[in-house]
Design a protein around this ligand. Structure first.
Ligand code: MGD
Ligand code: MGD
Ligand code: MO
Length: 778
């Protein structure tokens, strides 16, 4: 069947960006709100005086005079600034059992929440409740827990530094370090892996480094969709002649060609700029093999150069002064054979050597990476191999070079910086104690997987969520949904209704909050909050739009309300702190010395960069040096034996923000009006007697090769796509039915969303009864 014969599936010929992006913005805006106010809102995004775009964590260029156009930023803003409302009348009309049958898309499409709500079991409805009464009941429920560790405090990364700091203060004074966080499903492999390698859990580059680098490697991320403003940076590098080498199992349009909407010539001539200079479609999970292959090639070139009396390829002076562990790394590379590397990566030795050659010829190299690297069973090792590669030529801690993890949510990094962590350091807890005068708990708390496991096993009884959609973002919805329904207390601070809110506990509350774009008035006047981008730059964000409802409270005010109710003898003056957020920032500064002169420094447009020790070649590791660390073997995930097993990765479409689905199109991959697709390589299809457009289903496979009949994803059509052999891709979050709660990286707790062993077969050919009964169970 030709590509065009399958409804909603076709080729996409254009570049990323361009007129398609402008049309998409116009469509997003028409769907959500009136044009005059939205245009004004958009113009203030990422401006020194405006609010920080809730879209992603890519930094803003320093001297922005005109707003930087971003299609997906515009979607995120219009989604929040919509004129649609989910009012008490709406909730009176629809019992929860009815809402449960709605799609996630339909739930959020009702618009902004307007009133605090409590669930009433008699009517099966959420009904409005006064704020005081909601706080009182929640406080009472929390206080009645026999042990504070029976409560879980989840954070999603849109939360500001101020709200996050108060939130960790509340939970710690309450008595727990249970901080499941969206970061646990995202860049936790970086937060755990990089400190061991280079002594900081963050990226080391700044935006200016991109103007000075000589080569860029992009591994496992899709900026055209998820960090669209990054394309402007990559385009500028490409125009300077900087090679951009991509490792991705799918051909992603944004990494191939980009037309900048700001460029009148590109727009008028329908021209575009090529991005990738070389595009290698490795197999899903082939990154460690590629990285080891590149390092093996560099080591061989180095040995040959030294033997011939030339200068080495490795930076021996840097290695001697700054690192430990080169010899064991070289021995590991020696013991790793090229045939094994080729088989696991799906790339030829010649291709990997060519990539290594680009790396070796460049004086300054930046490696960027995303979820394609972190969301594997050995995500921590993957990240550490990237650090190894950079350290071999001294590419960390100097201008134009470094490591660049592409963060997810717009403030996920900041939330971590101000204390949202289940493994707090003793030094941080000591300062918290000194500043606030209570004894914080010292025991390790729960990460996201551990929190959900505790909930499912009845070891946790209360869940408070500061944003997010935990149950849908997490693996294994069948297990997780059932677990959340057994809670005593569920509290969701949110802007829009989502499925997690409908998983009813004995007492359930939805507390509606202001969004980033909205004006935040407190007792002492209008407030700003702060956020930290992917490059450790902290800056202010100040909303200007009229709040969606007069009943909304800000996130800091809600946290303070919860704290006052849960902690009647609190040592913290919550009302005083919330009256003026600069007081919260003073406390952040008192606890974290890196925030010296915090209030002063955020007055500078563009903010300030936190000290990143590794950027200065200060190695805060246990050895005091940067460490070469070895990954065991070549498998990022267990090698699942068995006939016909394929590896499924899960990806974001162009029309979604995580669990928020804006629309059903995925323009750059040629999909329109549907999400029920699985992308496959044409040869893999032919081998299974399948063809493009066939109805199919996927069944997960255990590590030992046995099929897992309780994990089937049916009702799909298969799309022949430009994807590596042996690899499949489907959309997150729907595909989470295939991921077991047990499938995660033991070292970081990150679920292995990017490598799920599955069988692909024609729909109904086997096991569909199991699928139907499973869907009924949901
Ligand atoms: N518009 C929009 N922006 C977003 C988000 C959103 O949903 N929508 N989400 C935000 C969040 S929380 C995050 S974490 C980031 C996510 O940003 P990304 O990391 O770009 O997220 P994914 O869509 O998961 O894309 C992963 C990419 O990795 C590739 N890939 C999959 N498996 C592998 C593999 O095994 N190896 C390699 N090398 N590549 C692989 C996929 O083909 C895909 O191109 O974006 C943030 N920004
Ligand atoms: N299979 C698979 N699963 C994945 C991933 C994957 O790639 N594949 N990615 C993982 C990743 S990287 C992440 S980060 C997680 C995301 O997990 P979460 O962060 O939990 O999920 P989101 O979809 O970002 O949360 C959306 C909800 O946040 C609320 N919200 C939006 N704005 C605000 C605000 O300003 N304040 C408050 N209080 N609430 C707000 C709205 O109610 C909205 O419904 O999912 C993970 N799950
Ligand atoms: Mo994320």
């Amino acid at each position: 069947m030709a590509k065009d014969d399958v409804p909603g599936v076709g080729p996409y010929g254009g570049p990323a960006g361009g007129w398609g992006a402008l049309h998409a913005v116009a469509k997003a805006l028409r769907g959500q709100m009136a044009v005059a106010s939205d245009a004004r809102a958009l113009l203030r995004v990422n401006q020194p005086q405006g609010f920080d775009c809730p879209g992603c964590a890519w930094p803003d260029p320093k001297h922005t005079s005109s707003f930087e156009f971003c299609e997906n930023g515009a979607k995120a803003v219009s989604w929040e600034a919509t004129s649609k409302r989910a009012t008490p009348e709406f909730f009176a009309e629809h019992p929860v059992s009815d809402l449960w049958t709605w799609s996630d898309f339909a739930l959020e499409s009702e618009g902004r929440l307007t009133h605090p709500l409590a669930y009433d079991a008699q009517t099966d409805r959420f009904a409005p409740i006064a704020w005081d009464e909601a706080f009182r009941r929640i406080g009472e429920a929390l206080r009645s827990l026999p042990d504070p560790n029976l409560a879980e405090f989840y954070t999603s990364g849109r939360t500001s530094n101020e709200a996050a700091f108060l939130y960790q203060l509340l939970a710690r004074e309450f008595g727990t370090n249970n901080f499941p966080d969206c970061s646990n499903m995202c860049h936790e492999a970086s937060s755990v892996g990089l400190p061991e390698s280079i002594g900081v859990g963050k990226g080391t580059v700044t935006l200016e480094d991109f103007d000075r680098c000589d080569a860029i490697f992009c591994i496992g991320h899709n900026p055209g969709t998820n960090h669209p403003r990054m394309l402007t940076t990559l385009r500028a590098a490409s125009k300077r002649g900087v090679p951009i080498v991509v490792f991705n199992p799918l051909r992603e349009r944004g990494l191939e060609r980009f037309a900048a909407p700001q460029d009148p010539i590109e727009m008028a001539t329908l021209g575009s700029t090529p991005i990738a200079s070389a595009y290698y479609q490795l197999k899903v999970g082939g990154d460690v093999a590629v990285l080891k292959g590149m390092m093996k090639a560099l080591a061989a070139a180095d040995a040959a150069a030294l033997a011939a009396g030339r200068e080495g390829v490795l930076d021996h002076a840097f290695i001697a002064e700054h690192t430990l562990g080169l010899e064991p790394l070289l021995a590991d590379l020696d013991a790793t054979s090229w045939p094994a590397i080729e088989a696991r990566s799906g790339l030829s030795r010649a291709d990997i050597e060519a990539a290594a050659d680009v790396y070796a010829k460049a004086d300054r190299v930046i490696v960027c990476y995303g979820m394609g690297v972190t969301q594997h069973r050995h995500g921590v090792s993957n990240v550490q191999q990237i650090a190894n590669l950079l350290l071999l030529r001294g590419n960390i801690g100097r201008e134009g070079a470094g490591i660049c993890p592409l963060r997810g949510h717009s403030n996920v990094q900041g939330d971590r910086t101000v204390g949202i962590t289940e493994i707090p350091t003793p030094a941080f807890l000591d300062r918290l104690q000194a500043v606030f005068g209570f004894e914080p708990p010292r025991a390790k708390g729960h990460n996201a997987v551990e929190a959900v496991q505790a909930i499912c096993e009845g070891r946790a009884k209360a869940l408070v969520c500061l944003g997010g959609n935990l149950a849908v973002a997490m693996s294994d919805p069948a297990v997780v949904f059932a677990g959340l329904r057994r809670l005593d207390l569920a509290v969701h601070v949110a802007t829009k209704l989502n499925r997690s809110h409908l998983l009813l506990a004995k007492q359930s509350f939805i507390l509606p909050c202001l969004g980033r774009t909205e004006m935040d008035m407190q007792a002492e006047g209008r407030q700003s909050v702060t956020v930290e981008d992917s490059m450790s730059v902290v800056h202010a964000s100040r909303g200007g739009l009229k709040p969606a409802s007069e009943h909304l409270l800000s996130e800091p005010a809600i946290v303070a309300g919860l704290a006052q109710a849960a902690l009647p003898d609190s040592k913290v003056d919550w009302a005083w702190l919330v009256a003026d957020y600069s007081r919260i920032r003073d406390k952040i500064e008192a606890v974290f010395p890196d925030f010296a002169d915090f209030n002063e420094r955020i007055r500078t447009p563009g903010g300030f960069r936190l000290h990143v020790a590794a950027s200065e070649r200060e190695w805060r590791t246990s050895t005091g040096k940067a460490n070469f660390l070895i990954a065991p073997g070549l498998n990022e995930d267990p090698a699942v034996a068995g006939d016909g097993v394929l590896t499924l990765t899960t990806i974001r479409s162009h029309d979604q923000f995580n669990t928020t689905i804006y629309g059903l199109d995925d323009r750059y991959r040629g999909i329109s009006g549907r999400r029920d697709v699985v992308f496959a390589n044409a040869q893999d299809l032919a081998e299974r007697g399948l063809k493009h457009g066939d109805p199919v289903e996927l069944e997960a496979v255990f590590d030992d090769g046995r099929p897992a009949p309780s994990r089937i994803y049916g009702g799909l059509i298969v799309v022949a796509h430009d994807i590596a052999r042996g690899s499949l891709a489907a959309y997150y979050p729907e595909a989470n039915v295939l991921v077991s709660l047990a499938d995660y990286d033991a070292r970081s707790g990150t679920p292995s969303y990017k490598s799920i062993a599955v069988l692909l077969r024609r729909a109904g050919s086997m096991g569909s009864d199991a699928a139907e009964s499973f869907e009924r169970d949901l």
